[in-house]
Unconditional design. Structure first.
Length: 245
């Protein structure tokens, strides 16, 4: 998921793109007009109702799904996605190659804007037509010249507007985040983030460290040899906790 840059776009913020990693199918392509978490959530709800809920989503450290002023970086939007059982992954900072597929999609979209003279009065209508063409008509070299729509399949996980509380495995080590956003491990207080105050997190020992998961997303890594909790990107793909929903 990403926002395209505003070049040749009639709004200050370029369109929101949500792309399926396997098929390159454009799940959503929306002219939100601004970086607003509520607007993004509204579009994701519609996408999830049409296409099902994904197992995981990859995004950069941009708003509205990342807050640089928050210790944990989490926003109301990212927590809402976690509670839907979506494992969130973030790309490397200033490393757009991590999201190469959506960057390539934005490149194709930019070239279409330039060839077709841009967008005038109805940006969403233009995006809807482009999305239909991209998904159903335009063959994709990475798909052996098939269209994304011919490869894509909806998720079997249906959207629930009121998901039940997340259930960790029965034998999991869980702790409740206190009102200060901290947890106690080995007699020391570790800062997790006030956005998770009152929530339960799962602790997974790995060698001499502790991985902290909220729902299925890795949110912190605790190393007792250093004085603060951190997040280490290479753990995100390697450690996937078992879960029951």
């Amino acid at each position: 998921m990403d926002f395209k840059g505003p070049k040749n776009w009639p709004q200050a913020i370029g369109p929101l793109s949500v792309l399926d990693d396997h098929s390159r199918y454009a799940i959503a392509l929306e002219a939100t007009g601004k970086l607003d978490g509520d607007l993004v959530r509204e579009q994701l709800v519609q996408a999830f109702e049409r296409c099902g809920v994904p197992d995981a989503m990859l995004m950069d450290h941009g708003t509205p799904w990342w807050n640089w002023q928050s210790f944990s970086g989490r926003t109301h939007l990212s927590l809402w996605m976690m509670r839907q059982g979506i494992r969130l992954c973030w790309s490397g900072i200033r490393h757009p190659q991590t999201q190469g597929k959506v960057e390539r999609f934005h490149g194709s979209l930019q070239r279409a804007l330039e060839r077709r003279g841009g967008v005038d009065r109805e940006p969403q209508g233009w995006l809807d037509a482009y999305r239909a063409e991209y998904n159903q008509v335009r063959p994709h070299e990475a798909l052996q010249m098939r269209t994304p729509a011919s490869v894509w399949r909806p998720s079997a996980r249906r959207y629930d507007p009121h998901p039940p509380p997340w259930e960790y495995p029965q034998d999991a080590w869980t702790l409740k985040v206190d009102c200060q956003g901290t947890i106690d491990i080995q007699g020391r207080r570790w800062r997790i983030g006030k956005t998770l105050a009152g929530e339960r997190v799962m602790i997974q020992p790995i060698e001499d460290r502790f991985l902290v998961f909220y729902c299925s997303t890795l949110v912190r890594e605790i190393d007792p040899s250093i004085p603060r909790a951190t997040i280490v990107e290479h753990w995100i793909e390697e450690q996937k906790p078992s879960q029951r929903m």
